[in-house]
Design a binder for this molecule. Structure first.
Ligand SMILES: Cc1cc2nc3c(=O)[nH]c(=O)nc-3n(C[C@H](O)[C@H](O)[C@H](O)COP(=O)(O)OP(=O)(O)OC[C@H]3O[C@@H](n4cnc5c(N)ncnc54)[C@H](O)[C@@H]3O)c2cc1C
Length: 455
């Protein structure tokens, strides 16, 4: 990959944005692990080295299993190395999407799964001595217009019934905390922000130290089922009695979960570091992660390197569930607009990087975790939408226990019938229509915010 491909200037995007092929947090590791050559075997083969794959491998190793991980690029190449770094629990999960389908009792357990994901990562950071600039500041879902109060309060009330613990922050409390004035009032939940690149690279280091055999630049091409699963790669094979597909948004391309999840492109922009004066003028001393209750949320956070990161806002879908690693100029433009709207004092600040990555979404917005194959020895995890920092880490623990012969109650709670996705071109039309509808509603709110600012 040439240097120009790794980072190129996006013309026409305000602030001279630089597109980064690998996201904003990780570089190709100096100690890239060798490609698989020849035939190898283990107790479990894990495909994909993001939070899910590495957590599963580490948990299996601590149960004494021999583990092989196959990663098509390098650990952290996928969403785990590209996300916004919010370690957030159940707040912001769209309860309405699934409540009627699964009922209150199962929904309560799933809410608990999201919240326990936060506690799990906090514990693992300590156990594995991973320093990833975790700031347990809490996460605030903050309104930018008074008309968002109804939805915010409704979601809080519904969440409370399901066990999601949040606290309403009125405008006085928001101002007392020094939250930038564009964010009027909000709902606070335990959690915080971290550097996802340092987190995933910390998991990678721990995996190598634990003796997990990680083969990078090794894509799974195909596999054969049976009591022993054999995975074929370009130059070798890996065999084991169990395989875990931790390939998330890339899974449909492997021919599995094509009828269960759709990959959605999520984009991010990051500013140059703010000066001391700019930081001081913002206030925001606790640096809480902020998300908005738009239909497609905006998220705004400061990083440990004093940059401002703005993500989501405009999602994308590529026909046929593909995941092209290319710039989304329209999304970066929309994110710059969101930055200008929420932080007018920073208008014109240079954008040091912009990038995109893929999450996977089931039509009911629930996790898709299960087992397949005649022997039920092919396990998979996907569908945690934009909430995978905690959940896709915790799921590693649940899958490892399942392989070890124990069904964790949270794993049982995730079991449900995922609605089938539509065939193409219907899926493309349906997702495009849904995203356009959400963007239209969000633009209406944003116009009201702008005209209120002018009055
Ligand atoms: C821009 C962005 C912002 C986000 N912000 C947040 C946030 O703030 N908080 C939050 O909780 N979540 C967020 N998310 C979602 C979160 O990042 C994901 O849910 C999580 O990282 C998924 O982890 P994973 O291990 O399941 O998948 P991934 O990290 O995508 O890992 C899958 C891996 O599989 C590999 N792979 C694919 N195919 C093959 C193959 N054939 N052979 C071998 N390897 C293969 C890929 O290269 C990849 O490394 C965000 C996502 C994006 C893109």
């Amino acid at each position: 990959m040439s240097a120009t491909n790794l980072s190129e200037t996006i013309k026409g995007t305000p602030g001279a944005a630089r597109f980064r092929l690998l996201g904003g947090w990780v570089e190709r590791p100096d100690n890239l692990q060798p490609e698989l050559e020849g035939d190898v075997s283990a107790d479990v083969i894990v495909i994909g080295a993001g939070f899910a794959g590495l957590s599963t491998a580490l948990e299996l190793r601590s149960l004494g299993a021999e583990v092989i991980v196959l990663e098509q690029e390098f650990a952290g190449f996928g969403a785990s190395g590209r996300n916004a770094g919010y370690l957030a629990g159940s707040m912001g999960v769209e309860f309405e999407f699934f409540l009627k389908r699964i009922g209150v009792e199962q929904a309560k357990k799933i809410v608990s799964f999201y919240d326990q994901g936060v506690a799990y990562v906090e514990r693992r950071l300590g156990e594995l001595a991973i320093d990833c600039d975790y700031n347990p500041s809490g996460v605030i879902r903050a309104a930018v217009h008074p008309s968002q109060e109804k939805k915010l309060r409704h979601d809080m009330a519904l969440g409370a019934k399901l066990g999601s613990v949040t606290r309403f922050l009125d405008s006085a409390e928001m101002r007392a905390r020094g939250i930038p004035p564009a964010f009027l009032f909000g709902c606070l939940q335990h959690g915080g922000t971290l550097d996802p690149g340092k987190y995933v690279m910390g998991l990678r280091r721990a995996a190598l130290q634990a003796g997990i055999r990680l083969y990078e630049q090794t894509a799974l091409q195909s596999y054969s089922e049976g009591p022993t699963i054999t995975c074929k790669t370009a130059r070798g094979t890996a065999s084991a009695p169990f395989m875990v597909l931790a390939t998330n948004a890339y899974t449909p391309q492997l021919g599995l979960l094509r009828d269960k999840v759709a990959p959605l492109r999520v984009s991010a922009i990051e500013t140059e570091p703010l000066s001391r004066a700019q930081l001081a003028s913002l206030g925001w001393s606790r640096r809480e992660g902020i998300v908005t209750p738009h239909w497609t949320m905006e998220s705004h956070r400061l990083t440990a390197r004093d940059t401002l990161l703005v993500t989501t806002k405009q999602l994308g879908y590529a026909y046929g569930s593909r995941t092209p690693n290319q710039p989304d100029t329209a999304a970066y433009g929309a994110l710059v607009q969101a930055l200008d709207d929420r932080f007018p004092s920073l208008r014109g600040i240079a954008i040091r990087a912009c990038w995109s990555g893929y999450i996977s979404l089931a039509y009911d917005a629930l996790p898709v975790v299960g087992a397949t194959g005649a022997q039920q020895n092919i396990l998979y995890t996907a569908g945690c939408s934009g909430h995978g920092v905690g959940t896709q880490s915790l799921v590693g623990h649940l899958l490892a226990e399942r392989i070890g012969g124990i069904e964790h109650p949270l794993l049982a709670a995730l079991r449900h019938k995922t609605p089938s996705t539509l065939p193409e071109p219907l899926q493309w039309c349906a997702i495009k229509a849904a995203l356009m509808g959400a963007n239209g509603l969000d633009r209406y709110v944003n116009r009201k915010v702008r005209s209120a600012a002018i009055d």
